[in-house]
Design a binder for this molecule. Structure first.
Ligand SMILES: Cc1cc2nc3c(=O)[nH]c(=O)nc-3n(C[C@H](O)[C@H](O)[C@H](O)COP(=O)(O)O)c2cc1C
Length: 185
């Protein structure tokens, strides 16, 4: 089992990335995982669609190597972030075929709750994804600052939805026992 986590927020201090980190933390140690923070990729390569940039190629290889792709984005102007799109545009055609994808999103209000469905999912589909699990969307108020001031802690209701999504994500053709072995107790 291999999972790649794709963080699509331009912010260093990011609520959507906090959702992503929660999912990663729930995976068993035996799960091979890697993380791509799009904000850390070379800006010029993203803006100029430089497919040959070594960091871009490495990130594309990370996606190619994973069976499961978890994608986190803030909602910007009723859609997913432009930063995330700049990276998705550099993935090869069919980059997500045969993979399971879990979308995660955070927004200032529930007004754009469906942005993942009407904006992100068609792009994932265009990249070949045919197994996209139920997205988890949380509003900022559900991700208060952590008590130690370091990052954000999802409310229990959000954690419950993340765990449910994760179980569904790992469920695909596997047995319940196998799924249980992939999650921390
Ligand atoms: C430029 C910009 C545009 C935004 N547009 C929306 C929007 O259209 N709908 C919404 O619900 N929230 C919007 N927000 C709020 C963010 O989606 C929200 O704060 C989100 O949790 C930020 O995630 P991040 O911390 O991972 O970057 C916007 C924020 C910014 C900075």
């Amino acid at each position: 089992m291999s999972v790649v986590a794709l963080a699509g927020s331009p912010s260093a201090f990011s609520r959507s990335t906090a959702l992503l980190r929660h999912v990663l933390a729930r995976l068993d140690d035996g799960v091979v995982r890697s993380e791509i923070a799009v904000r850390d990729l070379p800006p010029a390569a993203l803006v100029r669609a430089d497919f040959d940039d070594p960091a871009i190629r490495h990130a594309c290889d990370q996606v190619a190597a994973a069976r499961v792709v978890v994608i986190a984005t803030p909602i910007y102007k009723a859609s997913f972030s432009g930063l995330l799109k700049s990276f998705l545009d550099l993935l090869p055609q069919d980059a997500l075929r045969g993979k399971t994808v879990l979308p995660l999103a955070t927004g200032g209000s529930i007004a754009h709750l469906l942005a993942v469905d009407y904006a992100l999912k068609p792009v994932l589909h265009a990249l070949g994804a045919r197994h996209i699990t139920d997205a988890v969307f949380a509003v900022d108020a559900q991700l208060p600052r952590a008590a130690d001031g370091d990052g954000y802690t999802p409310e229990p209701a959000v954690i419950e939805r993340l765990d449910r999504a994760l179980a569904g994500l790992l469920a695909t053709p596997r047995s319940q026992a196998f799924i249980a072995s992939l999650m921390r107790a």
